[in-house]
Design a protein around this ligand. Structure first.
Ligand SMILES: CC(=O)N[C@H]1[C@@H](OP(=O)(O)OP(=O)(O)OC[C@H]2O[C@@H](n3ccc(=O)[nH]c3=O)[C@H](O)[C@@H]2O)O[C@H](CO)[C@@H](O)[C@@H]1O
Ligand SMILES: C=C(OP(=O)(O)O)C(=O)O
Length: 425
């Protein structure tokens, strides 16, 4: 089946029927890695070849179109994208369409490369108060003047960026990535204190190093970047998407399925896997795959945080797991307090949910029933889709395009595993 392009009409609904997942699935390249790698392409005029590229992700397609708007040539062939440029990019990203979170990193890259940048305010999932003050702070620390309008964020550093100490008050993923990228072209040394060290950031560092950047990681303490005049082209393979891997694992467990997940990034998921195993998920780990043989869901009590803890993006998956468990599950999201919009939607499916401040309580164990629900964000959408697989009757998920922002070839993979999920436009 041909999936829609970013400029085509995105999928509007999924119709989900109860079904059991069975078979084999291959994990695609990681959304939250590849988006950062695409932004990093703006740091060089030379060619980048990115393999294991999740070509059907709506957010990756939007990102490529943003790069094209900045004068890059982007050719996708199978699971590889080749990015070239004919001339140095302009400073302004003119983009009338939906924005993505990554415009913050595009701003950093443009400012580092051209001395100024102008981008639409960041989009991405609405996760409550999602500030970008740390991105402004780090650009200012590196010598840029930053201004914000109702629609745009602009930075000017006519003499180029200058290395500095950047102290992050929280282990922000995006701010760590932006500081690293800016540091590669800043004069002198940039030190990022209190960085967030997680697999996607190590992937970005690996690619930047292969482009000639000098970056030293001192554990969770600091990252030092020695700036250079320019970076080279390179070839790089995107790491596996840990969210996708975990999604198939939870889906197989909920549906008492039997699924082999190939390319499972086991070492990146140690903590969530321990929680799931101790909560009844039945799976076996091999060198490169995980085999899930159903299991029985028991209540979970988790809080989210920085790596290696449970990523905020994962907690909606734990919530469906909790909904299937007899007893009370509790979730606290320390990264994005109150990221529980999906709970109201799950309630429509018969799940007993209650939000108390920053705590989500789920009383699970009742038979879920199909309902019309809305994917209020990406991970909310996937959680509702999995809930639909174990509900009685049909579940209709509105705004299903949210799922396709972040899951590569989702419907093809789901249907190949026997999941009865039908897209509608
Ligand atoms: C494209 C991508 O990789 N997105 C991921 C990235 O988002 P993103 O990089 O946006 O998330 P951050 O790690 O920066 O956010 C962590 C916390 O810091 C706060 N904050 C962040 C920036 C800022 O300038 N000021 C500020 O206060 C946020 O509101 C949040 O409470 O990491 C999050 C987890 O960490 C994940 O849920 C997102 O899927
Ligand atoms: C929150 C997410 O993404 P973004 O930062 O792109 O909104 C996510 O991947 O769950």
């Amino acid at each position: 089946m041909t999936r829609p392009r970013a400029n085509d009409t995105p999928v509007s609904t999924y119709r989900v029927q109860a079904s059991r997942l069975e078979g084999e699935v291959h994990v695609s390249g990681a959304k939250n890695s590849v988006l950062r790698l695409l932004a990093a392409s703006l740091l060089t005029g030379e060619q980048l070849q990115i393999s294991n590229y999740p070509a059907t992700l709506l957010d990756a397609q939007i990102h490529l179109d943003m790069l094209r708007a900045l004068g890059k040539r982007c050719e996708v062939s199978g699971d590889t994208v080749i990015i070239d440029e004919a001339s140095k990019p302009p400073s302004e990203l003119v983009w009338p369409g939906r924005s993505i979170r990554n415009t913050l990193l595009i701003l950093g890259a443009l400012t580092a490369r051209t001395g100024s940048g102008s981008v639409p305010l960041p989009g991405g999932c609405k996760l409550g108060d999602r500030k970008h003050d740390l991105h402004v702070m780090l650009l200012e620390a590196l010598g840029a003047e930053v201004t914000e309008t109702d629609t745009h964020l602009q930075a000017h550093a006519p003499n180029g960026l200058k290395g500095a100490d950047i102290h992050l008050p929280i282990r922000s993923t995006g701010a760590t990535e932006n500081a690293i990228m800016c540091g590669t072209l800043a004069r002198g040394v940039t030190t990022v204190w209190n960085p967030h060290i997680r697999p996607e950031i190590l992937d970005l560092i690996a690619m930047l190093r292969s482009m000639g950047a000098t970056i030293n990681v001192f554990g969770q303490e600091r990252i030092e970047i020695r700036g250079s005049e320019g970076l080279f082209g390179t070839r790089h393979r995107v790491i596996a998407d840990n969210m996708e891997a975990l999604t198939w694992l939870v889906g197989a467990c909920l549906t008492k399925g039997d699924v082999e997940i190939h390319g499972f990034p086991i070492v990146d998921l140690e903590v969530p896997l321990i929680h799931l195993k101790e909560s009844g998920a039945c799976f076996f780990t091999g060198p490169k795959s995980v085999i899930v043989r159903g299991g029985t869901c028991y209540p979970v009590e988790i809080s989210t945080g920085a790596y290696p803890g449970i990523n905020s993006d994962m907690q909606p998956l734990f919530a469906v797991f909790g909904a299937m468990s007899r007893g009370e599950s509790k979730i606290i999201d320390l990264r994005f307090p109150g990221r529980y919009l999906y709970a109201e939607e799950m309630a429509l499916m018969g799940v007993d949910t209650r939000v108390e401040g920053n705590l989500l309580r789920i009383k699970g164990g009742n038979q879920l029933r199909g309902a019309e629900v809305t994917a209020r964000d990406l991970r909310a959408g996937i959680a509702l889709t999995l809930a639909g697989l174990v509900a009685e009757g049909e579940t209709v998920i509105r705004d299903a395009w949210q799922v396709e922002r972040g899951y590569d070839r989702f419907i093809d993979k789901m249907q190949a595993l026997g999941g009865q999920v039908t897209p509608g436009w």
